[in-house]
Write a protein that binds this ligand. Structure first.
Ligand code: M1P
Length: 243
């Protein structure tokens, strides 16, 4: 049996936007003796490396950043997808302008900077702004749970751009991702399948509808596991792989 475990990053291997613990890193090395491992994160590679280590592209069999829209296998970069080519400059500007105007009209406890991060394969939108501090992140996340800031903004985007072919998913604490339909985390599965794995496990925390782990978790090609924290991920792995 050729088996692989794919891991989400934030909330699964690490606390959101925090580094992996030494203990978890050592645990993954032991696990890797038994089974192939890969990362599939919504974030770009720089953020994943900040959290999981700059050597992660060599330590994991695959690193799928931006859902696999940018993909590395055994340290080699082998795939890039382009959001800009999909959407085109005109539609991109309509989307960005709408987001910025919407955010300009929001009243939040705090606003900082970098409301939009344009990436190779997707766009990331943050109502508070990506360069807020950790405390400000935590505060926004709590405020958002009470006031549904991100969910309401996503509904407004769906209403404004009804047949855009775009998906909107919440993967972290302060932002949501926009990408073409089908470019969610399932995107990476074609690469793994092509390499002949018989069993593909997936571990993620945002496996509910609207979360960025939902589609890959539900996909018939994976055995999906929902986790509540990095500790829970480790406990489930220990039970499953007798470690
Ligand atoms: O990996 C999950 C998400 O991590 C970040 O989310 P946030 O900054 O909101 O905590 C972002 O990089 C996001 O794109 C990604 O999906």
């Amino acid at each position: 049996m050729k088996r692989i475990i794919l891991f989400d990053v934030d909330g699964t291997l690490t606390k959101a936007r925090n580094p992996i613990t030494k203990e978890f890193k050592a645990f993954l090395e032991a696990l890797h003796e038994k089974v192939a491992i890969g990362l599939v994160g919504g974030s770009d590679l720089a953020k994943i490396q900040e959290q999981v280590g700059h050597d992660c592209v060599h330590k994991f069999d695959y690193v799928f950043s931006q859902n696999g829209l940018v993909a590395h296998k055994k340290g080699e970069h082998f795939h890039n997808q382009s959001f800009l080519e999909f959407i085109g400059e005109e539609r991109l500007q309509a989307l960005i302008n709408f987001c910025l105007k919407y955010i300009a009209d929001l009243k939040l406890p705090k606003k900082r900077g970098t409301f939009i991060e344009f990436r190779q394969g997707m766009m990331n939108v943050s109502p508070i702004g990506r360069n807020c501090s950790q405390n400000e992140r935590d505060e926004f996340e709590k405020f958002d749970k009470e006031h549904n800031i991100r969910k309401t903004m996503i509904s407004a985007l769906r209403e404004k751009f009804p047949d855009s072919g775009l998906s909107f998913a919440i993967g972290g604490q302060i932002s949501f991702d926009i990408y073409p339909d089908g470019w969610d985390k399932r995107y990476c599965l074609k690469f793994v399948e092509g390499d002949g794995y018989d069993e593909i496990f997936f571990f993620g925390d945002k496996t509910y509808p609207g979360g960025n782990d939902h589609e890959i978790f539900e996909d018939p090609r994976t055995k999906g596991h929902t986790v509540t924290s990095p500790d829970d991920t480790m406990q489930q792995l220990k039970a499953l792989f007798q470690l």
